[in-house]
Design a protein around this ligand. Structure first.
Ligand SMILES: [Zn+2]
Ligand SMILES: [Zn+2]
Length: 60
């Protein structure tokens, strides 16, 4: 995924949060104005993560 520039000030955004499953950036932060973009949920990764949690809880 490409990194956009801030909608408020036009500065390049930095990765604020990564997808736990595919390690792709899902949320961006602007250091200049503190603007944080909406988190992009990967529907496939979300399901994978859910399965992981289920597997973990069944082991415990
Ligand atoms: Zn993902
Ligand atoms: Zn900004």
């Amino acid at each position: 995924m490409r990194i956009d520039s801030c909608r408020k000030c036009g500065m390049e955004l930095e990765t604020n949060k990564k997808c736990e499953v595919c390690n792709d950036a899902i949320q961006f932060l602007c250091h200049k104005c503190g603007n944080v973009t909406d988190e992009q949920i990967h529907s496939v990764c979300y399901l994978v993560n859910m399965n992981r949690i289920l597997l973990q809880t069944s082991v415990l």
